[in-house]
Structures are given as structure tokens and as C-alpha cells.
Design a protein around this ligand. Structure first.
Ligand code: MG
Length: 379
């Protein structure tokens, strides 16, 4: 049985993890610890339903308020609180779904405490790929992707020797602006960008889907997670998002992973791995999905994808820098401070001015993340 600690239980992934726990019941999944940044109203509801033994709220004031409402459960705060949840003794599986650099230290703490991990937090591999994967190997833990594209490739790769693999293929919806002209892209609104064709997700990842940065980040994650060189990872636009990822082997055959585009499927797989338990969605309907289309991404219109390739090509601190700068720019767009076009444009300018350096520790990663945020805000 999996005994879960969830970092980021009030976000989109965290809520779906709890939906899976509710559906599968306590014989399959038990909730031992929950952590969130600040949404104590939802945390309170979750605590009353799932009875965790420990809670952490990153925001200290909110933690105090929640402790008053839940006097029988210890409510910790700050980074220490998050790390206490990540390393909680009774838990054997930690969901890393707290977005931003704040999720990185608790995830590293969980790996060092030999917890198996399901990760959805992009920073874990985009900013910390080299360090994180070396710790995963050193501590011999299971490190399971939750993201739909990564879990697809993970499942297709199972038990295949590396030398049999030719390419990893990551599919992309293409976002809501797939067929827009340059002129149309210059004036897109926040509301249009938040209207993802297939998934309902948090605002940050939805905007990243509209710029294709999300695919860039997934490509970087795949590079680290599967130890695959950049040249052997490709992004294919597939608007229906029925195929989530594929592996092409040296004999030119391909394994693909298909299911309805709903995060409950990859989340349940990660939470029950290596078992497969009955799912909550209706069986796949082939008659509803009679057409699957494929094309190549337009890298001129969607510059962010190229920037991600460039970041990993140069390596060192550049992917970490790009990730943090992008996050700030996406929030500026969401707050209607910059046009959509400026996300890629400003990111490119900032990245080309960044002197790449080696990242040897968590402190190095956090320092570059902080610098990127400050430089982007000052731009
Ligand atoms: Mg994805």
C-alpha cells in the first residue's frame, strides 16, 4: 500500500491525487501528510476528509490560522515544514507537485530520505536535472513521472535496453494558437491563452502550452529522466492529444501510449506503480476519436521551444535561468503587464545575456533561480 505525502495538495495535480485516493480507497492509498503554499481553506477541507497526521503551510501566518482550526493535527510552516512533510517517517511515497523553486529543496530531502517519488514539479528536472538524477541513482529510489507525456514515454520504454531506442517522441496539442498568424499572435488576450483545447490545468502550465514552452520543459525533463541526448528527442504536434508520447526503436517500430486526455490517468499510474488498478474514466471510445493528426511545430512562431533546446545545448545554469525567467514573464502576461509575444522575446534577450555557469549544489540552483527572477523583474 502507498502511504502518501503530497507537496502541493491544493494545486491542480494535488487535487487530482486526492481524487484518485478517494476513488481507490484506503486499501490502495492512504494520506499521511499534506503541504501547500497558502490555500488553507482547501487544506482544511482536505484534512477533514483524509485525516493526515501532519500538515505544512509554507506561509507562516496562514499556518497559524490553520493550526487554530485544526488543533488535533500538527501544522508546520516555512521550508522546514515542507521538508518535514517530504520526509515524514510513515510515508513511503512523496508526490512532488509544488510549483516553483520552493518545491525543489523538499523534493531533494525526500530523495535523501529514500522515499519513492512521483514528480510533477518542472523545476525538479529542468532546474536541477543533473543533481536530482545523481541523487536518485545514489539512493536507489523509484522516480516516477506524473506528467502525461513523460509517463507515456516511461511506460513505452519499460524494460527496453537503451541501445534499442532511436527517438523519444513528445506530443503537443499545439495550444490554442496553433493556426494563428504572426499578426494574430501579437494581440492575443489572457482569456484566449487560458483556453487550452484539451486540458483544464493551472494558469502557468496553460500559458506555457500556448507558447510551447511547456514542450520545451518536457523535452529537458525527458533528456534527464531517460538519459537521452537532445538530438534523439522530438516534439510532434498532435492536436487531439490521444497519443501522449511514443518511443521509436532502432528497427523503426514505434510504441505509443494512448488514453483520453485526463490527468487522472497518469496520476493514478504514478500512485499505484508498478501495479495497474481499475481506472475511473469511461473506456476509450475509438468511434469518438476517428482521426489522429500529426505535424511539426512552427519554431518561428513559437520561439520558446527553440529557447529550451538552446538552454539544454549550452547546459549548466541556462535551463534553470530560463525556467525561472519564463515563470516571471508568464505571470506578467497573466497580470496583463506584457503582451503574449513578449514572453519569448524578452526571454531570448535575457538568456543571451546570461553567463552560463556550473550548478553543483542546491544553493547554486536557488541562487540562479533568484537571479533570473530579479533580472526579469528589472527588465
Ligand atoms: Mg504535459
Amino acid at each position: 500500500m502507498k502511504k502518501l505525502a503530497i507537496l502541493g495538495s491544493t494545486g491542480s495535480i494535488g487535487k487530482n491525487c486526492l481524487a484518485v485516493a478517494r476513488y481507490l480507497g484506503e486499501d490502495a492509498l492512504q494520506i499521511f501528510a499534506l503541504a501547500a503554499k497558502s490555500n488553507i481553506d482547501l487544506l482544511e477541507q482536505q484534512a477533514k476528509e483524509f485525516h493526515p497526521q501532519l500538515i505544512a503551510v509554507y506561509d507562516a501566518d496562514q499556518a497559524l490560522l490553520l493550526q487554530k482550526k485544526l488543533p488535533h493535527i500538527p501544522v508546520l510552516s516555512g521550508l522546514e515544514g515542507l521538508e518535514a512533510v517530504a520526509t515524514y517517517q510513515e510515508a513511503n511515497f512523496v508526490v512532488s507537485a509544488m510549483s516553483g523553486a520552493v518545491g525543489l529543496a523538499p523534493t531533494l530531502a525526500a530523495i535523501q530520505a529514500k522515499k519513492d517519488i512521483g514528480f510533477a514539479n518542472k523545476e525538479v528536472l529542468v532546474a536541477g536535472g543533473e543533481l536530482v538524477m545523481s541523487l536518485v541513482k545514489k539512493h536507489g529510489i523509484e522516480f516516477i513521472p506524473i506528467d502525461s507525456e513523460l509517463t507515456a514515454i516511461f511506460q513505452c520504454l519499460k524494460q527496453e535496453p537503451t541501445k534499442a531506442v532511436h527517438r523519444l517522441l513528445i506530443t503537443a496539442s499545439g495550444g490554442p494558437f496553433r493556426n494563428y498568424t504572426e499578426e494574430q499572435l501579437a494581440t492575443v488576450s489572457v482569456e484566449q491563452a487560458l483556453n487550452h483545447p484539451n486540458y483544464r490545468m493551472g494558469p502557468k502550465v496553460t500559458i506555457d502550452s500556448s507558447t510551447l514552452m511547456n514542450k520545451g520543459l518536457e523535452m529537458i525533463e525527458a533528456h534527464w529522466l531517460f538519459g537521452m541526448p537532445l538530438e534523439n528527442i522530438e516534439v510532434i504536434v498532435h492536436p487531439q492529444q490521444i497519443i501522449h508520447g511514443m518511443v521509436e526503436f532502432v528497427d523503426n517500430s514505434i510504441l505509443a501510449h494512448l488514453c483520453d486526455p485526463d490527468m487522472l490517468v497518469p496520476i493514478q499510474y504514478a500512485l499505484t506503480y508498478p501495479d495497474r488498478l481499475p481506472g475511473s474514466l469511461a473506456p476509450f471510445d475509438f468511434l469518438k476519436h476517428g482521426t489522429l493528426q500529426f505535424s511539426l511545430p512552427d519554431r518561428q512562431k513559437f520561439r520558446c521551444l527553440n529557447l529550451a533546446y538552446e538552454a539544454i545545448r549550452q547546459g549548466g545554469s541556462l535551463p534553470c535561468y530560463m525556467n525561472a525567467a519564463n515563470e516571471v514573464l508568464v505571470h506578467q502576461f497573466l497580470n496583463k503587464k506584457i503582451p503574449w509575444n513578449n514572453i519569448a522575446r524578452t526571454l531570448e534577450t535575457l538568456m543571451s545575456a546570461h553567463p552560463t555557469r556550473a550548478l553543483n549544489s542546491l544553493d547554486d540552483i536557488l541562487a540562479v533561480d533568484k537571479m533570473a527572477r530579479e533580472e526579469t523583474l528589472a527588465f
